[in-house]
Design a protein around this ligand. Structure first.
Ligand code: COS
Length: 392
């Protein structure tokens, strides 16, 4: 079982320790049976409903309930993602996408938007999606081409394409980032809520990946959307996207940490059991060296993730650098840890259906989505240069 000593770190309060125990019980007892890798759509719907029923989604989505929980607690998000990822990657995915898909509404939505969408998403009754990337604009958000043009006094018409959209095909609404002014760049983007079933919105293609989850390319053909569905002010789209990613990037690191911890545990169990050269794998110094590297990677990742989460929760207005560091360090570390675990398992490590083989497929996308490692490096280096008065 995973080393849980980290939960005593000063980043956490008693409410976090309680939440982790609850998430652990739910993940180990109630969710695993809901994952069917041959039916990811059905599995995700069932997981979202269960996560809502058990109250976990209320930590990914703030519900206007008289101010009791009016902001996201990033440490809670990270603890839940880490715990779910340890047990089932698809459960983590279902949890995280409800948060990312509503992040712009939680952070910038009107009272009416919050009332209409957040309780339903938190209850697992509606599925959310975040539609930012396009065929020609993923890392370079300022290059977005999907556009929203005025249509009468109260509507816009949205045309363009979005791709790599998680929950694409099963979502009830898509928070869609569009160009709403002349001149390109970051100042003329706006975010609109586009509900599934809006005439002109089409699932152009379902995308299959090595660790399957619902993913699609969307086509918008002059979709008529009310102005009331715009989140925040006209032109605020880039800021809304970046502020949402500031919250959720550290949580991607937390999911990577969960995968990494699971790989480490699988490796430790295998090394202790596996007989070799008259002893066990664990008795070989070369194996001990690998295990030490894995433990160091896992601990470093955990420190980075929970430092970023704690910083945000303690009121820092921007955690762009800390979140970028957490995502970069934790995802790259988990990739190494899982690769070592596969190596230690020998042939069993690449056998289809083994846990480490599954983790090997699961981890890869985390170094790409929500800002590839290279984007995180741009963010980190820019800030370091700026702090030293050095221009690019
Ligand atoms: N919160 C609030 N405002 C932010 C912000 C944040 N986290 N990050 C940037 N901004 C503001 C900046 O302050 C700047 O405002 P001013 O012009 O008033 O100074 C403005 O937004 C533009 O910022 P910047 O100059 O950094 O924009 P760039 O186009 O150079 O951004 C990167 C470059 C690569 C950092 C950005 O496009 C990015 O993060 N890309 C990756 C996106 C991503 O994650 N894609 C995956 C799809 S989502 S699954």
């Amino acid at each position: 079982m995973a080393d849980a000593s980290f939960i005593a770190w000063p980043f956490f309060g008693p409410e976090h320790r309680e939440l982790r125990s609850k998430a652990l019980a739910i993940a180990s007892q109630s969710l695993a049976g809901l994952v069917d890798h041959h039916d990811v759509d059905g599995s995700c719907r069932a997981l979202v409903a269960a996560l809502g029923r058990h109250g976990l989604l209320r930590h990914a989505v703030t519900v206007p309930d008289g101010g009791r929980r009016d902001r996201l607690d990033v440490r809670s998000l990270c603890l839940i993602r880490e715990t779910l990822a340890y047990h089932a990657g698809l459960a983590d995915f279902a949890f995280a996408m409800q948060g990312l898909g509503t992040g712009p509404i939680t952070l910038f939505g009107s009272t009416e938007q919050k009332r209409r969408y957040l309780p339903a998403v938190a209850g697992g009754k509606m599925i959310a999606a975040f539609a930012l990337s396009e065929p020609e604009a993923g890392s370079d958000v300022a290059a977005l081409a999907c556009e929203a043009v005025p249509d009468g006094p109260d509507h816009v018409r949205i045309s363009g394409e979005k791709t790599w959209i998680s929950n694409g095909g099963i979502a009830d609404f898509y928070v869609t980032f569009c160009r709403t002014g002349e001149g390109g760049g970051t100042k003329t983007l706006s975010a609109y809520i586009v509900e599934a079933g809006t005439p002109g919105l089409e699932i152009a293609e379902r995308i299959a990946t090595i660790a399957p989850h619902p993913l699609a390319r969307l086509r918008f053909d002059a979709c008529r959307v009310p102005l009331q569905h715009r989140i925040g002010a006209d032109g605020e789209g880039f800021k809304i996207a970046m502020a949402t990613l500031d919250v959720f990037r550290a949580t991607v690191g937390a999911a990577a940490l969960g995968f990494g911890r699971r790989a480490l545990d699988e490796a430790l169990g295998h090394a202790a059991r596996r007989k070799i050269f008259g002893g066990t794998l664990a008795g070989l110094q070369m194996v001990q060296g690998l295990i030490a590297d894995m433990v160091a990677d896992v601990d470093a990742a955990a420190l980075m993730v929970y430092r970023a989460a704690w910083t945000k929760d303690n009121g820092a207005p921007r955690v762009t650098r800390e979140a970028a560091l957490a995502k970069l360090v934790a995802t790259e570390a988990a990739q190494r840890v899982i690769d070592h675990a596969v190596q230690l398992h020998g042939g069993h490590g690449v056998r289809v259906g083994s846990k480490v083989e599954e983790l090997y497929r699961e981890i890869r996308a985390l170094r790409i989505y929500e800002g590839a490692s290279e984007v995180q490096k741009i963010v980190i280096a820019r800030q370091a240069l700026a702090e030293h008065g050095a221009s690019e």
